[in-house]
Design a protein around this ligand. Structure first.
Ligand code: NAD
Length: 275
Protein backbone atom coordinates (compact mmCIF):
# COMPACT_ATOMS: atom_id res chain seq x y z
CA UNK A 1 0.00 0.00 0.00
CA UNK A 2 1.79 3.06 -1.31
CA UNK A 3 -0.21 5.44 0.82
CA UNK A 4 0.95 3.78 4.05
CA UNK A 5 1.88 6.25 6.74
CA UNK A 6 3.68 6.68 10.04
CA UNK A 7 1.87 8.83 12.61
CA UNK A 8 3.84 11.85 13.83
CA UNK A 9 3.79 12.98 17.47
CA UNK A 10 1.02 15.48 16.73
CA UNK A 11 -1.20 12.87 15.05
CA UNK A 12 -0.42 13.90 11.45
CA UNK A 13 -0.01 10.95 9.07
CA UNK A 14 3.20 11.08 7.03
CA UNK A 15 3.52 8.75 4.02
CA UNK A 16 6.59 6.57 4.57
CA UNK A 17 7.65 6.61 0.95
CA UNK A 18 8.35 9.92 -0.77
CA UNK A 19 10.06 11.19 -3.89
CA UNK A 20 13.39 13.00 -3.44
CA UNK A 21 14.13 15.71 -6.00
CA UNK A 22 17.63 16.93 -5.14
CA UNK A 23 19.43 17.47 -8.49
CA UNK A 24 16.22 17.14 -10.50
CA UNK A 25 16.36 20.11 -12.82
CA UNK A 26 13.63 22.73 -12.49
CA UNK A 27 11.29 22.56 -15.49
CA UNK A 28 10.32 19.45 -17.43
CA UNK A 29 12.60 17.10 -15.50
CA UNK A 30 11.21 17.77 -12.04
CA UNK A 31 7.65 18.41 -13.26
CA UNK A 32 7.60 14.99 -14.92
CA UNK A 33 9.28 13.22 -12.00
CA UNK A 34 6.66 14.55 -9.56
CA UNK A 35 3.78 13.83 -11.91
CA UNK A 36 4.98 10.26 -12.63
CA UNK A 37 5.51 9.61 -8.93
CA UNK A 38 2.02 10.81 -8.04
CA UNK A 39 0.56 8.73 -10.88
CA UNK A 40 2.44 5.71 -9.52
CA UNK A 41 0.91 6.22 -6.08
CA UNK A 42 3.54 8.24 -4.19
CA UNK A 43 1.85 10.81 -1.94
CA UNK A 44 4.91 12.64 -0.59
CA UNK A 45 7.51 14.90 -2.21
CA UNK A 46 10.67 16.23 -0.55
CA UNK A 47 12.16 19.48 -1.84
CA UNK A 48 14.12 22.50 -0.54
CA UNK A 49 14.88 26.00 -1.81
CA UNK A 50 18.54 25.04 -2.28
CA UNK A 51 17.42 22.45 -4.87
CA UNK A 52 16.07 25.35 -6.93
CA UNK A 53 13.10 23.37 -8.16
CA UNK A 54 10.24 24.25 -5.83
CA UNK A 55 8.29 25.91 -8.65
CA UNK A 56 8.57 22.77 -10.81
CA UNK A 57 7.54 20.61 -7.88
CA UNK A 58 4.47 22.81 -7.44
CA UNK A 59 3.69 22.51 -11.12
CA UNK A 60 4.00 18.71 -11.04
CA UNK A 61 1.59 18.56 -8.09
CA UNK A 62 -0.86 20.79 -9.93
CA UNK A 63 -0.57 18.71 -13.11
CA UNK A 64 -1.40 15.54 -11.16
CA UNK A 65 -4.90 16.91 -10.49
CA UNK A 66 -4.85 15.30 -7.05
CA UNK A 67 -6.64 17.14 -4.25
CA UNK A 68 -4.08 19.21 -2.32
CA UNK A 69 -4.75 17.33 0.90
CA UNK A 70 -3.74 14.02 -0.72
CA UNK A 71 -0.11 15.07 -1.21
CA UNK A 72 2.39 15.50 1.64
CA UNK A 73 4.73 18.34 0.66
CA UNK A 74 8.02 18.94 2.48
CA UNK A 75 10.42 21.85 2.22
CA UNK A 76 13.23 23.23 4.38
CA UNK A 77 14.78 26.48 5.53
CA UNK A 78 18.25 26.92 4.03
CA UNK A 79 21.35 27.83 6.03
CA UNK A 80 21.55 31.44 4.86
CA UNK A 81 17.96 32.05 6.03
CA UNK A 82 18.38 31.07 9.68
CA UNK A 83 17.12 33.44 12.39
CA UNK A 84 13.53 34.21 13.34
CA UNK A 85 12.53 36.87 10.78
CA UNK A 86 14.48 35.44 7.87
CA UNK A 87 12.96 32.02 8.45
CA UNK A 88 9.41 33.39 8.34
CA UNK A 89 10.24 35.13 5.07
CA UNK A 90 11.93 32.04 3.61
CA UNK A 91 8.86 29.97 4.44
CA UNK A 92 6.58 32.39 2.63
CA UNK A 93 8.90 32.33 -0.37
CA UNK A 94 8.77 28.52 -0.47
CA UNK A 95 4.98 28.62 -0.38
CA UNK A 96 4.98 31.10 -3.22
CA UNK A 97 7.40 29.03 -5.32
CA UNK A 98 5.39 25.88 -4.68
CA UNK A 99 2.13 27.75 -5.38
CA UNK A 100 0.61 26.39 -2.19
CA UNK A 101 -1.09 27.95 0.80
CA UNK A 102 0.30 25.55 3.39
CA UNK A 103 3.05 22.95 3.72
CA UNK A 104 2.75 19.53 5.33
CA UNK A 105 6.22 19.56 6.85
CA UNK A 106 8.88 22.25 7.17
CA UNK A 107 12.39 21.32 8.30
CA UNK A 108 15.49 23.16 9.51
CA UNK A 109 17.83 21.90 6.77
CA UNK A 110 21.10 21.99 8.80
CA UNK A 111 21.95 22.96 12.41
CA UNK A 112 23.76 26.24 11.73
CA UNK A 113 25.83 26.90 14.84
CA UNK A 114 24.45 29.60 17.12
CA UNK A 115 21.32 30.09 15.04
CA UNK A 116 19.15 27.01 14.97
CA UNK A 117 17.26 27.62 18.21
CA UNK A 118 15.96 31.01 16.99
CA UNK A 119 15.08 29.37 13.70
CA UNK A 120 13.17 26.70 15.60
CA UNK A 121 11.07 29.36 17.37
CA UNK A 122 10.04 30.66 13.94
CA UNK A 123 8.95 27.15 12.91
CA UNK A 124 6.85 26.94 16.08
CA UNK A 125 5.18 30.23 15.14
CA UNK A 126 4.44 28.99 11.59
CA UNK A 127 2.98 25.82 13.08
CA UNK A 128 0.79 27.76 15.54
CA UNK A 129 -0.46 29.88 12.65
CA UNK A 130 -1.39 26.63 10.87
CA UNK A 131 0.73 27.46 7.86
CA UNK A 132 2.38 24.06 8.23
CA UNK A 133 0.96 20.77 9.55
CA UNK A 134 4.20 19.51 11.09
CA UNK A 135 7.67 20.89 11.85
CA UNK A 136 11.00 19.16 12.20
CA UNK A 137 14.72 19.23 11.68
CA UNK A 138 17.32 17.68 9.42
CA UNK A 139 20.92 16.72 10.13
CA UNK A 140 20.51 17.17 13.89
CA UNK A 141 22.65 14.92 16.08
CA UNK A 142 21.59 14.18 19.65
CA UNK A 143 23.22 17.25 21.20
CA UNK A 144 21.58 19.55 18.65
CA UNK A 145 18.19 17.94 19.26
CA UNK A 146 18.73 18.43 22.99
CA UNK A 147 19.51 22.13 22.44
CA UNK A 148 16.24 22.54 20.57
CA UNK A 149 14.15 20.58 23.06
CA UNK A 150 15.59 22.68 25.88
CA UNK A 151 14.05 25.88 24.48
CA UNK A 152 11.17 24.35 22.53
CA UNK A 153 7.50 24.38 23.31
CA UNK A 154 6.98 21.84 20.53
CA UNK A 155 9.25 18.80 20.13
CA UNK A 156 10.38 18.34 16.50
CA UNK A 157 8.17 15.83 14.75
CA UNK A 158 10.80 14.57 12.29
CA UNK A 159 14.58 14.31 11.99
CA UNK A 160 15.70 13.77 8.39
CA UNK A 161 19.21 12.28 8.38
CA UNK A 162 21.62 10.65 6.00
CA UNK A 163 20.71 6.99 6.44
CA UNK A 164 21.63 3.87 4.49
CA UNK A 165 23.29 0.50 5.15
CA UNK A 166 26.70 2.14 5.72
CA UNK A 167 25.33 4.81 8.12
CA UNK A 168 22.70 3.53 10.54
CA UNK A 169 23.39 5.67 13.68
CA UNK A 170 21.26 3.33 15.80
CA UNK A 171 21.85 5.38 18.98
CA UNK A 172 20.35 8.43 17.30
CA UNK A 173 17.41 6.39 15.98
CA UNK A 174 16.78 5.10 19.51
CA UNK A 175 17.02 8.61 20.97
CA UNK A 176 14.53 9.90 18.40
CA UNK A 177 12.18 7.02 19.09
CA UNK A 178 12.28 7.75 22.84
CA UNK A 179 11.25 11.34 22.13
CA UNK A 180 8.69 10.44 19.45
CA UNK A 181 10.72 12.14 16.73
CA UNK A 182 10.11 10.27 13.46
CA UNK A 183 13.37 9.26 11.78
CA UNK A 184 13.66 9.87 8.06
CA UNK A 185 16.37 8.82 5.58
CA UNK A 186 18.07 10.99 3.01
CA UNK A 187 20.37 9.41 0.41
CA UNK A 188 18.75 6.03 1.19
CA UNK A 189 20.41 4.55 -1.93
CA UNK A 190 23.83 5.96 -0.96
CA UNK A 191 23.48 8.37 -3.90
CA UNK A 192 23.58 5.35 -6.21
CA UNK A 193 26.59 3.61 -4.66
CA UNK A 194 24.48 0.82 -3.20
CA UNK A 195 24.13 -0.64 -6.69
CA UNK A 196 27.81 -1.65 -6.67
CA UNK A 197 27.59 -3.78 -3.53
CA UNK A 198 27.60 -7.56 -4.15
CA UNK A 199 25.78 -8.19 -0.84
CA UNK A 200 22.75 -6.42 -2.27
CA UNK A 201 22.96 -8.23 -5.56
CA UNK A 202 22.69 -11.47 -3.58
CA UNK A 203 19.71 -10.25 -1.57
CA UNK A 204 18.03 -8.97 -4.72
CA UNK A 205 18.38 -12.40 -6.34
CA UNK A 206 17.15 -14.14 -3.20
CA UNK A 207 13.93 -12.10 -3.01
CA UNK A 208 13.57 -11.64 -6.77
CA UNK A 209 13.50 -7.85 -6.28
CA UNK A 210 15.80 -5.04 -7.38
CA UNK A 211 18.65 -3.75 -5.21
CA UNK A 212 16.78 -0.46 -4.71
CA UNK A 213 13.67 -2.34 -3.58
CA UNK A 214 15.69 -4.35 -1.01
CA UNK A 215 17.28 -1.21 0.44
CA UNK A 216 14.03 0.78 0.56
CA UNK A 217 12.18 -2.14 2.12
CA UNK A 218 14.92 -2.26 4.78
CA UNK A 219 14.12 1.38 5.61
CA UNK A 220 10.41 0.68 6.04
CA UNK A 221 11.03 -2.33 8.26
CA UNK A 222 13.34 -0.13 10.38
CA UNK A 223 10.45 2.32 10.80
CA UNK A 224 12.36 4.95 8.82
CA UNK A 225 10.66 7.20 6.27
CA UNK A 226 12.48 7.12 2.94
CA UNK A 227 12.71 9.48 -0.05
CA UNK A 228 14.67 7.88 -2.93
CA UNK A 229 15.51 10.23 -5.78
CA UNK A 230 15.09 9.47 -9.45
CA UNK A 231 13.86 11.40 -12.44
CA UNK A 232 13.45 8.32 -14.64
CA UNK A 233 9.90 7.06 -14.98
CA UNK A 234 10.64 3.34 -14.76
CA UNK A 235 12.89 3.77 -11.71
CA UNK A 236 10.34 5.98 -9.96
CA UNK A 237 7.71 3.31 -10.49
CA UNK A 238 9.90 0.37 -9.56
CA UNK A 239 11.35 2.05 -6.43
CA UNK A 240 7.82 2.14 -5.05
CA UNK A 241 7.21 -1.56 -5.59
CA UNK A 242 8.21 -2.56 -2.07
CA UNK A 243 4.95 -3.53 -0.44
CA UNK A 244 4.60 -7.12 -1.63
CA UNK A 245 7.46 -8.77 0.25
CA UNK A 246 9.19 -8.81 3.60
CA UNK A 247 12.86 -9.13 4.55
CA UNK A 248 13.50 -11.84 7.13
CA UNK A 249 14.80 -10.87 10.56
CA UNK A 250 18.16 -12.40 9.76
CA UNK A 251 18.46 -10.43 6.51
CA UNK A 252 17.51 -7.25 8.40
CA UNK A 253 20.31 -8.04 10.84
CA UNK A 254 22.69 -8.82 7.97
CA UNK A 255 22.05 -5.33 6.52
CA UNK A 256 22.30 -3.70 9.98
CA UNK A 257 25.71 -5.33 10.38
CA UNK A 258 27.01 -3.66 7.21
CA UNK A 259 27.00 -0.36 9.13
CA UNK A 260 30.41 1.28 9.11
CA UNK A 261 29.43 4.78 10.22
CA UNK A 262 30.38 6.10 6.79
CA UNK A 263 28.97 9.37 5.45
CA UNK A 264 28.72 10.39 1.82
CA UNK A 265 27.35 13.79 2.82
CA UNK A 266 28.67 16.37 5.30
CA UNK A 267 29.07 15.75 9.02
CA UNK A 268 26.45 17.82 10.91
CA UNK A 269 29.13 18.84 13.43
CA UNK A 270 31.48 20.11 10.78
CA UNK A 271 29.89 21.35 7.61
CA UNK A 272 30.21 24.36 5.37
CA UNK A 273 27.02 26.20 6.23
CA UNK A 274 27.81 29.63 4.86
CA UNK A 275 26.92 28.81 1.24
P1 NAD B 1 19.58 8.63 -3.27
O1 NAD B 1 20.27 7.80 -2.26
O2 NAD B 1 18.11 8.68 -3.31
O3 NAD B 1 20.17 8.13 -4.68
C1 NAD B 1 19.79 8.73 -5.87
C2 NAD B 1 20.66 8.16 -6.99
O4 NAD B 1 20.32 6.79 -7.23
C3 NAD B 1 20.42 8.90 -8.28
O5 NAD B 1 21.66 9.06 -8.93
C4 NAD B 1 19.52 7.98 -9.08
O6 NAD B 1 19.73 8.10 -10.44
C5 NAD B 1 19.92 6.61 -8.58
N1 NAD B 1 18.78 5.68 -8.61
C6 NAD B 1 17.57 5.85 -8.01
N2 NAD B 1 16.80 4.77 -8.20
C7 NAD B 1 17.51 3.90 -8.96
C8 NAD B 1 17.25 2.61 -9.47
N3 NAD B 1 16.08 2.01 -9.24
N4 NAD B 1 18.21 1.99 -10.19
C9 NAD B 1 19.41 2.60 -10.41
N5 NAD B 1 19.71 3.82 -9.94
C10 NAD B 1 18.78 4.47 -9.21
O7 NAD B 1 20.23 10.10 -3.18
P2 NAD B 1 19.81 11.58 -2.80
O8 NAD B 1 19.15 12.24 -3.94
O9 NAD B 1 21.02 12.19 -2.26
O10 NAD B 1 18.77 11.45 -1.57
C11 NAD B 1 17.37 11.36 -1.74
C12 NAD B 1 16.67 12.66 -1.37
O11 NAD B 1 16.97 13.02 -0.02
C13 NAD B 1 17.12 13.88 -2.15
O12 NAD B 1 16.64 13.89 -3.46
C14 NAD B 1 16.60 14.98 -1.28
O13 NAD B 1 15.20 15.15 -1.46
C15 NAD B 1 16.91 14.44 0.12
N6 NAD B 1 18.20 14.92 0.67
C16 NAD B 1 18.18 15.66 1.81
C17 NAD B 1 19.36 16.12 2.38
C18 NAD B 1 19.33 16.90 3.64
O14 NAD B 1 20.36 17.48 4.01
N7 NAD B 1 18.23 16.97 4.33
C19 NAD B 1 20.59 15.83 1.77
C20 NAD B 1 20.59 15.08 0.60
C21 NAD B 1 19.40 14.62 0.08
Amino acid sequence: DLSGTFTLNNGVEMPYLGLGVYMSHNGEEVINAVRWALEAGYRHVDTAPIYRNESGVGQGIKDSNLPREDVFVVSKVWNSDHGYDKTIKAFDKSLEQLQLDYLDLYLVHWPVVGKYTDTWLALEELYKQKKVRAIGVSNFLRHQLEDVMEIAEITPMVNQMEFHPFLVQQDLIDFCQQHKIQYEAWSPLMQGKVFDLPEFKQLADKYNKSIAQIVLRYDLQKGVITIPKSSKKQRIISNANIFDFELSQSDMKFIDDMDRNHRYGPDPDNFEWSV
